[in-house]
Design a protein around this ligand. Structure first.
Ligand SMILES: NC(=O)c1ccc[n+]([C@@H]2O[C@H](COP(=O)([O-])OP(=O)(O)OC[C@H]3O[C@@H](n4cnc5c(N)ncnc54)[C@H](OP(=O)(O)O)[C@@H]3O)[C@@H](O)[C@H]2O)c1
Length: 322
């Protein structure tokens, strides 16, 4: 293990995983400085040193990155909308600027939160993330890239639908995809642990939560067990989504707003058809066995708390279902 108490500069601290990472780093004994665009009252960030700044402004970055001697940058920063413009501005350009500022300030370590879906890039936000990953890998800095599977919040969007008597929507037979979801807390702890583990230097780390890989129909079974009654399931054919994408793409030629919506529909289709597991190029399949597991929190425990009203819907702009 490396020096155990570090001063971390955390980007994206107000996001779902940013908050969990801030807490995990503080619990691990690190000092955490954060840079956010607004004031925040998030409880996980109370013990942090807070800087307000614009991550797209090099002057703000130079001022904050040079304000102390940091041991590591951790970035959980990500486009909130996933539209191509925002993705290239945040997932790529802002990260490039952060990396340049970190190099100029001689910060020795950079931990980047990415996503497992970049292994099969079909969308602009994935290409933007990959472009930054490539820059980071070439930079004279010790780096780690963490590519998690699905988050619990991304698998909870239909609980309120189902509670209000609406059917659970699945694409095809509901077995097209699988994932090994990971909780915010477990992922935050994984990120914090990577900071002091030299074995993570220069590594791209796919990571999932504990337990078997699950499909959308497995989520239905889980919810039925928790709610104590059968759930209606509505099977949506993929051609229906393809038609929506086709129409929005056509209209998007005259309306930038509809072009963005076409892109968001393409993101929805991607997650309806691609598993969030490690892709094995030899067998040409997604492979649960090759997707590492970490942590203790289960999706079932999360659903129980969600149904009991102990959690709020944290999907924000990532929501696909309502
Ligand atoms: N959802 C999933 O299942 C999943 C799975 C695997 C990987 N991932 C990846 O994990 C990463 C983190 O996800 P998350 O859900 O924690 O993200 P999130 O909750 O959307 O948080 C995004 C963070 O980036 C900040 N940000 C966005 N645009 C900004 C801008 N223009 N200027 C300044 N700050 C900006 C946000 O600040 P504000 O609070 O000010 O908006 C927030 O702190 C993403 O890269 C995502 O692709 C997600």
């Amino acid at each position: 293990m490396e020096n155990d108490s570090l001063h971390i500069l955390l980007f994206g601290a107000t996001g779902t995983i940013g908050r969990a990472t801030a807490l995990a780093c503080q619990n691990a004994g690190h000092r955490v400085s954060i840079i956010t665009r607004h004031a925040t009252t998030a409880t996980e960030l109370r013990g942090c040193i807070h800087h307000i700044g614009d991550v797209t402004n090099p002057d703000d970055l130079a001022r904050i990155v040079g304000s102390a001697r940091f041991d590591a940058v951790v970035s959980c920063l990500a486009s909130r909308t996933g539209t191509p413009r925002d993705a290239w501005a945040i997932d790529h350009a802002a990260h490039s600027a952060i990396l340049q500022a970190a190099l100029a300030a001689d910060i020795p370590r950079f931990v980047q939160l990415s996503a497992i879906c970049v292994q099969k890039p079909k969308l602009e936000f994935q290409r933007a993330k990959l472009a930054f990953e490539a820059e980071l890998q070439c930079a004279p800095i010790r780096w780690t890239i963490i590519r998690p599977t699905a988050f619990f919040k991304s698998l909870s969007g239909q609980i309120n639908r189902v509670k209000s008597g609406k059917p659970f929507l699945v694409f095809g037979d509901g077995q097209l995809t699988r994932c090994r979801p990971i909780s915010d807390r477990d992922l935050g702890q994984f990120i914090a642990a990577s900071l002091t583990d030299p074995a993570t230097n220069g590594q791209i780390l796919p990571i999932g939560g504990p337990g078997p890989a699950i499909s959308p129909m497995d989520q239905v079974t889980l919810m039925e067990r928790i709610l104590g009654h059968p759930i209606r399931v509505k099977h949506v054919p993929l051609w229906f989504m393809d038609t929506i994408i086709w129409v929005l793409s056509l209209l998007g030629r005259i309306s930038p707003r509809l072009a963005d919506q076409a892109h968001l529909a393409r993101i929805g289709r991607y997650y309806a058809t691609e598993s969030m597991l490690v892709w094995d190029p030899i067998s040409d399949t997604y492979c649960a066995d090759q997707t590492p597991q970490f942590g203790r929190d289960t999706l079932e425990g999360y659903y129980i708390d969600f149904v009991a009203g102990k959690l709020s819907d944290d999907r924000g702009d990532h929501a696909v279902w309502s």
